[in-house]
Design a protein around this ligand. Structure first.
Ligand SMILES: [Fe+2]
Length: 224
């Protein structure tokens, strides 16, 4: 089982005091993303009843969370719809992990701990950094209307730097480009980056950030 080999490798790394990143993602299913211009940033909502989700996004959000075995707790919705010019990245470029959102560190308008519309995060204390970027739990669901995001799966030697920056990570392969209008699950250590878009396009990205204690999907018995 894939998860067992991850666990074995992590056990070995732990014994030898080597930092590893376990990047897990999975393509789930298609979703219809409603047309939208503007930005919803980290809107907290109840996974159980979606009460706080604006009507226009309800159908999309319920589809996105369909694969979750546990629909409880507070998750956060981000929707970003804008015209992206050819050669520009809509979201955060450079390989990184999003880590976990720590609501207690939120600064102001729901931007969270750098979470992110493109730029590196604020500097966290080492305890906060560990909670956010070196935790096994947490994760996200993400979809976009046009392919301009790359992801990697696997176990890699190295550690995330400020804001989840993983550009120094060695041994990354080609990765894969995420398909449009398709929901992907990623754990909180999922390596990804926004790519320069190949033609000027109105692109919409929808992301659901899961609670920081959300179990890793794909782990034994957790299913997708
Ligand atoms: Fe990201």
């Amino acid at each position: 089982m894939l998860w067992d080999s991850f666990k074995n490798l992590l056990g070995w790394a732990f014994k030898n005091n080597i930092k590893m990143i376990t990047s897990i993602s999975k393509e789930l299913y298609e979703v219809q993303i409603p047309n939208f211009t503007g930005e919803v940033k980290m809107l907290p909502f109840n996974l159980e009843n979606l009460a706080e989700i604006p009507t226009q996004f309800k159908e999309m959000v319920s589809k996105m969370i369909e694969a979750l075995p546990i629909k409880k707790g507070i998750a956060y919705l981000t929707v970003d719809g804008k015209l992206v010019e050819k050669g520009k990245t809509q979201r955060r470029g450079g390989v990184h992990i999003d880590g976990n959102y720590l609501p207690s560190l939120s600064w102001g308008n729901g931007g969270g701990n750098g979470w992110k519309v493109g730029e590196g995060g604020r500097i966290l204390s080492s305890k906060e950094h560990k909670l956010s970027y070196e935790n096994e739990t947490g994760g996200m669901l993400i979809a976009s209307t046009y392919p301009a995001c790359k992801g990697w799966n696997g176990v890699f030697e190295g550690k995330p730097y400020v804001g989840g920056d993983c550009t120094r990570l060695k041994g990354l392969d080609e990765g894969f480009v995420l398909k449009p209008n398709t929901v992907y699950y990623g754990n909180s250590q999922w390596l990804h980056e926004s790519l320069p878009i190949d033609k000027t396009t109105h692109r919409i990205v929808a992301r659901i950030t899961l609670p920081m204690d959300y179990p890793v999907l794909g782990a034994v018995g957790k299913g997708f």
